[in-house]
Design a protein around this ligand. Structure first.
Ligand SMILES: Nc1nc2c(ncn2[C@@H]2O[C@H](COP(=O)(O)OP(=O)(O)OP(=O)(O)O)[C@@H](O)[C@H]2O)c(=O)[nH]1
Ligand SMILES: [Mg+2]
Length: 457
């Protein structure tokens, strides 16, 4: 494939010691030749993969002192000729040099275009390309490890292996349909069934592993709910060790939703403090309460807070009903005050929940809460060392789709449907798996994926 030459500033915006401008494409070296004056060297003598000191010049005017490196297409990120210009950090040198590169024939790269080229030129598959973005945005070391394993292609290998199995199965089925009279070993329902059952089990296992992968990548959405004034914002602040949310003794203090990330043993927790749920006529608070309910529904985990210093109210009862069927932890707060709450009742109604007494004010019970959250996430033993783990929602959904195709195919086998029917499901499974690694990928999907990247990557 022939491409034009793209360029972008590859370091973050803002002041820094150095900044890097990158070019990739067939004209990279030629453009460099027009704008770079190496110190004590001839341009033609510059070797690949070596850094050279010199000046970026425009019409004899020196723009900046730089270090420059040329990377050949055989060993670059994009598999094209690449030039990296290390200049002084800060917006002025970076912008000026970028403008010069552009005026000498390069085009400004779109978001993610360098990585897209690596994909299009076959250096990495789509799963690996997407993991590059995960690496950049990883919030904890566990998230980083998963993304790194993905970049190394462990998950892709597994998916490709499944896909290859299905392709050979399909080939066998097809031969039986097309050449029934030929003297070849005939495929049987038993054989198709056993191949598909094996596949069914391994894909289910991968889906199961990946549940924790998604949490580690995106954070466990943890929503603190409760009636007004129980101490939700105080808990948020205590867990973050920061006065992030406003705390007062006035019920209805929090009106908007506050979100912050925290890290519990490498699990990113997206902690969400919400407005206390109650009936209210206040227009602003009402919107806040509606939002709380919406977040409640989308939560991975609910922290339901009660105030031990007062008897249960209608609001508590209402929330309790909602919490029952949710993944949740119950916090009985303000245990430093005299207890007025009916603990026995709570223990009965929420008997299968973990109930933790706390005094957020005295920092009591917080450790127990953190331990419980950790146990809940790692409970189904996320083996992060497990290298074959998918963490990206798009991948997991496609894997689930492929799994559904296989279950359908198995059903067709069990009811001895004609081979054509089975073949359709197998074919769809192959397509869905191919979408994960990019073996079969449409243009617009590809564009959507790469547009999520940052500029210059
Ligand atoms: N005695 C005692 N007071 C607490 C404790 N935790 C929080 N409070 C107090 O309870 C009051 C309400 O705390 P907030 O954290 O604002 O409560 P909230 O649930 O966010 O309230 P809304 O935002 O109005 O829904 C404040 O005066 C806190 O200082 C505790 O463990 N013990
Ligand atoms: Mg609050």
């Amino acid at each position: 494939m022939i491409f034009d030459t793209i360029t972008a500033i590859s370091t973050p915006i803002g002041e820094g010691a150095i900044g890097i401008i990158r070019m990739s494409g067939p004209e990279s070296f030629e453009i460099l030749g027009k704008i770079f004056k190496p110190f004590n060297k001839n341009l033609s003598s510059l070797e690949m993969r070596k850094m050279y000191y010199g000046h970026i010049v425009e019409d004899e005017r020196v723009i900046d002192e730089v270090m420059v490196v040329k990377l050949p297409s055989t060993g670059s990120y994009t598999m094209e000729d690449v030039v990296e210009i290390n200049c002084h950090g800060g917006m002025m040198p970076l912008r000026e040099i970028l403008a010069i590169v552009l005026s000498n024939g390069a085009r400004l790269a779109e978001k993610g275009e360098f990585t897209k080229r690596a994909f299009l030129n076959g250096r990495i598959d789509l799963t690996q390309a997407e993991s590059v973005m995960d690496l950049i945005s990883a919030k904890t070391t566990r998230g980083f490890d998963i993304a790194m394993n993905q970049l190394r292609g462990y998950a892709s290998d597994k998916i490709k292996q499944y896909r290859d199995h299905l392709i050979s199965l399909m080939a066998e089925i097809e031969v039986s349909i097309d050449y029934p009279e030929e003297d070849i070993e005939e495929i049987t329902y038993d054989k198709i069934g056993s191949t598909l059952s094996d596949m069914d089990l391994s894909i289910l296992k991968l889906i199961d592993n990946s549940k924790s992968g998604k949490i580690i990548r995106e954070g466990l959405k943890t929503v603190i709910v409760g009636k007004p004034n129980v101490g939700k914002s105080s808990l948020m602040n205590a867990l973050l060790k920061d006065s992030r949310a406003i705390v007062t003794d006035i019920p209805g203090t929090t009106r908007d939703v506050i979100e912050e990330f925290m890290n519990i043993s490498g699990i990113p927790i997206k902690l969400i403090d919400t407005a206390g749920i109650r009936q209210t006529e206040d227009v602003v608070e009402k919107i806040g309460v509606e939002k709380s309910k919406q977040y409640f529904n989308e939560a991975d985990l609910i922290i339901f807070m009660l105030d031990s210093s007062m008897p249960l109210t209608d609001e508590d009862h209402e929330i309790m009903k909602l919490v029952k069927d949710k993944h949740s932890i119950v916090i009985i707060n303000k245990t430093d005050l005299e207890s007025q709450i009916d603990l026995q009742y709570i223990n009965t109604v929420l008997k299968d929940k973990c109930i933790i007494p706390t005094s957020v004010q005295n920092e009591q019970g917080l450790e127990a809460l953190e331990n419980e959250i950790q146990k809940m996430v790692l409970g189904n033993e996320v083996d992060v060392q497990n290298k074959e783990i998918l963490s990206n929602t798009r991948h997991i959904q496609l894997l689930k789709d492929a799994h559904k195709n296989i279950v359908d195919a198995l059903d067709a086998v069990k009811s001895s449907m004609p081979y054509d029917f089975i073949e359709v499901d197998v074919k769809n499974a192959i397509l869905n798996l191919g979408h994960i690694t990019g073996e079969s990928v449409e243009e617009d999907l590809m564009n959507t994926i790469f547009s999520n990247f940052c500029l210059g990557k």
